[in-house]
Design a protein around this ligand. Structure first.
Ligand code: SF4
Ligand code: SF4
Length: 327
């Protein structure tokens, strides 16, 4: 029997690269920038660590896992090798251009024991992926007999009134769904306002000076092992809180290091004194306290960008996240 793990109900990010650049993407994924995809060797190393840490199951996400189909098969083999169950695979269905080819891929996944695949479908994805791809995905899954779900089905119905063969601009979506569709979709989804979705938060909430926005409350969201991700570099990416990267062993076994400012000066301050403590630390290093932010996470992001530029903080990462956020 495996030990109780600090990582539960979580996912493995095979890449930050994607065919889309959705405006709500918490992980800042993009078709611009680095195309790193987890190597078979690294996947094996990470799964061995996760098995040792007691992890029993993970979903596979990204970025877009199907950008490197052979790489995806290797990840599943590594998970099988270490008795880590694939809960499901996330995809935006961009690869479902031809039903026969899609079925062939699905059969290969089913042969490795994959039981469920999830296709994203909403107005944000439809700026990059035609609805037809999701339809082909569903048909192919049914034909092969592999489990699937579309997240979220109500958006599929609503988007059906637009040309399914095309992706759609924000202007077209406004015309079809209403001027306020970005904010309404974000609310309906209940999206975490972090990563690229910080831009949505900036449209919803008024900006205020840093000292007003910062909070004393310890920001312990980072410590939650539920719904977090492990990325292709072996970082634990906290749930709902992106732009921090902690090695698996510190997150699972040596958690006292997370609150030690001599090890993680940024992380430790947010964990023990909230963004208030982080702000004071950053101001002492030249950050402008008059900087305006819409939310606590927006401020936290801006401070981390500043610190990253002016120092070397291993917990502010991975680099690809910050690079893609700038694209
Ligand atoms: S939300 Fe999904 S499809 Fe969209 S950019 Fe992020 S990883 Fe890609
Ligand atoms: S304030 Fe910072 S540490 Fe807290 S949840 Fe937001 S991004 Fe994460």
């Amino acid at each position: 029997m495996r030990k109780q793990s600090a990582i539960v109900g979580s996912g493995f990010m095979v890449s930050y690269a994607c065919t889309a650049k959705c405006r709500h993407c918490m992980y800042g994924c993009s078709y611009q920038g680095r195309r790193d995809y987890v190597t078979p060797e690294k996947a094996e190393e990470i799964m061995a660590q996760l098995e040792w840490a007691g992890v029993t199951d993970l979903h596979i996400g990204g970025g877009e896992p199907f950008l490197n189909f052979e790489g995806l098969l290797e990840v599943i083999r590594a998970m099988n090798q270490h008795q880590i169950l694939v809960d499901y695979i996330e995809t935006n269905a961009f690869w479902c251009t031809d039903q026969d080819a899609a079925e062939e891929k699905l059969r290969k996944l089913a042969d490795l024991g994959v039981e469920t695949i999830m296709a994203s479908c909403d107005p944000f994805h439809s700026e990059y992926v035609p609805l037809d791809r999701v339809t082909t995905f569903v048909r192919a899954c049914r034909k092969v007999g592999i489990g699937y779900f579309v997240w979220k089905e109500q958006f599929y119905r609503r988007l059906s009134k637009l040309d399914p063969k095309e992706a759609h601009s924000a202007e077209e979506l406004k015309e079809a769904l209403g001027d306020n569709y970005i904010i309404e979709t974000a609310r309906e989804y209940g999206i975490g306002m972090n990563g690229r979705a910080l831009q949505i938060a900036r449209e919803i909430y008024p900006k205020r000076p840093a000292r007003e926005v910062s909070e004393k409350t310890q920001c312990t969201r980072i410590l939650r092992g539920m719904h977090c991700h492990v990325d292709l570099y072996g970082n634990v990416v906290p749930a709902g809180c992106t732009g921090f990267a902690v090695p698996i062993e510190d997150f699972t076994e040596r958690r006292d290091r997370l609150t030690d400012p001599s090890v993680y000066p940024v992380l430790a301050r947010v964990l023990t004194g909230g963004t208030k403590a982080l702000l004071e630390y950053a101001v002492s290093l030249g950050f402008d306290p008059e900087t305006e932010a819409a939310t606590n996470c927006d401020l936290c992001y801006q401070i981390r960008c500043y610190l990253r530029e002016h120092g070397d903080y291993k917990e502010i990462g991975p680099d690809v996240f910050y690079e893609m956020m700038e694209t």
